[in-house]
Ligand binder design. Structure first.
Ligand code: ADP
Ligand code: MG
Length: 735
């Protein structure tokens, strides 16, 4: 890639956000009154008149045309978790053969789609398929590939949500409402409550040439076959290792694109598995952070292609090495002040302890929904596979906070360690401060200084779902605490008459602390500081009564439990039809994904692996025959011949079994019964076939083998700084 596509350090400020219709551009191009009104609506809601929309649309169009865009698109997040867009041109033909560029307020505010063509979980039957896309002014419009993209929500004609954005936004409304109520008791009256999210994105980069030769990578995003590589990640040399030049060029190019789109990517590094990498942006308000993460996934895939590389976003592209996740860092701020900042003495910071307790109770009470919110066929391959958190939800607080919690439960006094200096025993080294929380990579839900890090989401996940659950669950925690304080105060005032401000403050502290103690006691079981990967934890978690929902098929039914429907309903996040639709759509998605994987395995076995083994076996048979005539028989050759001949039978039978199991599961109508069949019948048949084929990869000559091996894909070799050269081993097969 030519150096001129990268940005010079002097250009950073100019490039960042240059493709975004952000606040600065809005301020410059809109009248003062319209700009102020628009900001007010974006932050607090309100009616958006056609007059305002027309002015914004005109300014957006002018700006977009100046930046080379000729189309606009409503950009939204259907239930399959990816993004969708329908492009419409600004072009408006005139009767005299000329044309003008036009974009109205109406077109900005609302678009129409065919709701039935997206996953809809039965909410939209084809005969009444109308769906609407509705502008979300809180998320800035941007230009991508010559198209002005306008972030929108998608709703059905019957006013149900058909997307991932709306329930997440509703959960923020619920959270803000309850947070303001609770904070009111602590003398705080914040104008805005903001959920902040910082998503860390892991991904793999391999060569496009290898990718193009593997039907499994093309169709499923992961390898369905492949024997253990000679070298995996055992030497721990890739994590934070020097980035190979080809990938470095890709990363710099991707950074440029992401910065143009106003995505504040600030961290990049090699991850643990060979070919695995990570990037992380500076955290942002939730819906913007989620939009940006979705855009990041689209962009890095596209940019990789320009460098002769392919970006794999699947949760487990390769067995035997780590899979990829997407940590969702979550915090809450009131008028910009982080409510999860423990201060130097958290034990004396009652409001912090109250909020911490609310989150602890939220996670314990809604383990099932948090687990279900990140359930997918791909993530099932990764969770609990010794590199990612297990399917059991628990929380890590770090020693200091954990001891504070224990002390509160037991009614003891506790003095926080405070910040200590790190002593390396070398006087010339700079002073470093020791944090009060250690890291615990094995924990699915960890407190990391001033935020929580939810580590279960898979790398492809749209973070709307899990944050929608978390926000609602914490809103419920705030609600319960505020209600407890409210009831106690009412009782006290009914006995003692109206309390003075000072007495009220004291009473609130007392009631809040009692609630904290009671609630921590009730939810203590969710706290775990130990090794989450260990088998002992699985046993202990069971004894504590924690859920261990190993697969998507086990987790999804919890979505539609009556108490969970009531929960979403109570906080006006989703009604019963909307929850059910999400359950059905996700359950179907699981079955569809596994059907594609199973079909792909059958295809690869019948059309590639079996013929390859046959060829090898036939050549070997000729050699054995000839050598026998020449009285030069090789016992080893005869043994390999027998082994491959036997493998042909076994693989052929395993392929037929998988095909039959998949067809049977595919015909099941009930989504749950179908998912159970995929989990119990199809997945084991897939594993059985893989094992046999992988064993043959060890035995059959390399030039016969139809697909690039793990050795080659995970350790590709570069030749010159500008070109990646594939070391050609044997015949090139194309797919
Ligand atoms: P790690 O050490 O966990 O790999 P990274 O630096 O890769 O950390 O990513 C941490 C992420 O957490 C970043 O996206 C960062 O912006 C985000 N983050 C930091 N503070 C907060 C906060 N208060 N709220 C939400 N996210 C935060
Ligand atoms: Mg990181």
């Amino acid at each position: 890639m030519a150096a001129d596509t990268l940005i010079a350090s002097s250009q950073i400020e100019e490039v960042f956000g240059s493709h975004v219709f952000n606040k600065a551009v809005q301020k410059e191009r809109l009248s003062r009154a319209t700009y102020k009104k628009l900001q007010h609506i974006a932050e607090n809601g309100g009616r958006l008149t056609e007059e305002i929309a027309n002015e914004v649309a005109e300014a957006m169009k002018e700006w977009a045309l100046e930046h080379g865009a000729t189309y606009y698109a409503h950009w939204f997040q259907p239930l399959n978790g990816i993004t969708s867009e329908k492009h419409n041109s600004f072009l408006h033909p005139l009767p005299d053969g000329r044309a003008i560029a036009r974009f109205s307020g109406k077109e900005l505010i609302q678009g129409e789609t065919d709701g039935s063509s997206f996953p809809n979980g039965g909410l939209r039957a084809t005969f009444e398929a109308r769906g609407y896309t509705i502008w979300d002014p809180a998320s800035p419009a941007f230009i991508r590939n010559g198209v002005l993209c306008i972030p929108t929500a998608m709703m059905s004609y019957t006013q149900e949500t058909l997307d991932k954005r709306v329930p997440m936004l509703r959960s923020q409304v619920a959270l803000a409402k309850q947070a303001k109520r609770l904070l009111g008791y602590f003398g705080r009256e914040p104008k805005t409550i903001t959920v902040n999210i910082g998503p860390e994105q892991e991904y793999f980069i391999i060569t496009e040439k290898d990718f193009a030769q593997r039907p499994d990578l093309i169709n499923c995003g992961r390898t369905l076959f492949g024997r253990r590589p000679v070298k995996g990640q055992q030497l721990s040399e890739h994590y934070y290792g020097t980035i190979r030049p080809a990938v470095d060029r890709f990363m710099k190019d991707a950074n440029k694109r992401l910065w143009e789109l106003g995505i504040p990517v600030i961290t990049k590094h090699n991850e643990v598995a060979p070919c695995q990498h990570e990037l992380a942006p500076q955290y942002e308000p939730a819906s913007i952070a989620i939009d940006h993460n979705l855009l990041t996934m689209t962009e890095i895939k596209e940019v990789a292609g320009k460098h002769g590389l392919t970006c794999l976003l699947h949760e487990k592209p390769f067995n035997f090495v780590n899979g990829s996740g997407k940590h969702s860092n979550w915090s809450l701020s009131a008028d910009g002040k982080n409510l999860l900042d423990p201060s130097d003495t958290p034990e004396d910071n009652l409001l912090f302890l109250v909020i911490l307790t609310c989150v602890i109770s939220a996670v314990d009470k809604h383990q099932d929904l948090l687990r279900a919110s990140i359930a997918s066929a791909g993530n099932d391959q990764r969770l609990g596979a010794d590199e990612a958190p297990p399917a059991i939800i628990s929380m890590f607080l770090g020693d200091d906070l954990f001891e504070i919690v224990e002390a509160i439960i037991e009614g003891r006094k506790y003095k926080s360690h405070g910040k200590e200096l790190l002593d390396a025993g070398v006087p010339t080294l700079a002073d470093a401060v020791l944090g009060t929380t250690d890291r615990n990579r094995t924990s699915p839900f960890a407190f990391t200084g001033n935020k929580f890090e939810f580590r279960m989401p898979g790398s492809q996940e749209n973070l709307s779902g899990c944050n929608m659950v978390l926000n609602t669950a914490v809103a419920e925690g705030f609600d319960l605490c505020a209600t407890a304080i409210e009831n106690k105060l009412q009782k006290a005032e009914s006995v003692r008459g109206k309390l003075s401000a000072r007495d009220k403050k004291r009473a609130v502290s007392k009631f809040a602390f009692a609630w904290v103690k009671r609630t921590l006691k009730a939810h203590r079981r969710i706290l775990f500081n130990g090794n989450g990967y260990s088998a002992a934890w699985e046993k202990e978690a069971k004894a504590r009564g924690l859920l261990n929902l190993k697969t998507t098929a086990d987790a999804l039914p919890y979505l539609i439990k009556p108490q969970n429907i009531l929960f979403f309903n109570k906080y006006k996040v989703m009604d019963e039809a909307e929850v059910t639709a999400r359950y059905v759509a996700t359950a179907q998605q699981y079955a569809f994904n596994l059907d594609i994987e199973a079909s792909c395995m059958v295809y690869m076995a019948r059309h590639f692996y079996l013929p390859a083994i046959q060829r090898f076996s036939a050549d070997l048979a000729m050699a054995v025959k000839t050598k026998k005539e020449l009285r030069a028989t090789s016992a080893a050759e005869v043994a390999i011949l027998k082994k491959t001949a036997h493998a042909l039978d076994v693989i052929s039978a395993a392929t037929d079994s998988l095909d039959a199991a998949n067809k049977k599961a595919g015909a099941i109508k009930n989504p749950q019964t179908q998912d159970n069949a995929y989990k119990n019948k199809v997945l084991p048949a897939m594993a059985a076939l893989r094992e046999e084929v992988d064993a043959m990869e060890e035995c059959v000559g390399r030039e016969y083998w139809p697909f690039p091996s793990y050795n080659r894909m995970l350790h590709y070799v570069k030749a010159s700084p500008d070109k990646i050269q594939i070391v050609k081993i044997g015949r090139d097969s194309s797919y």
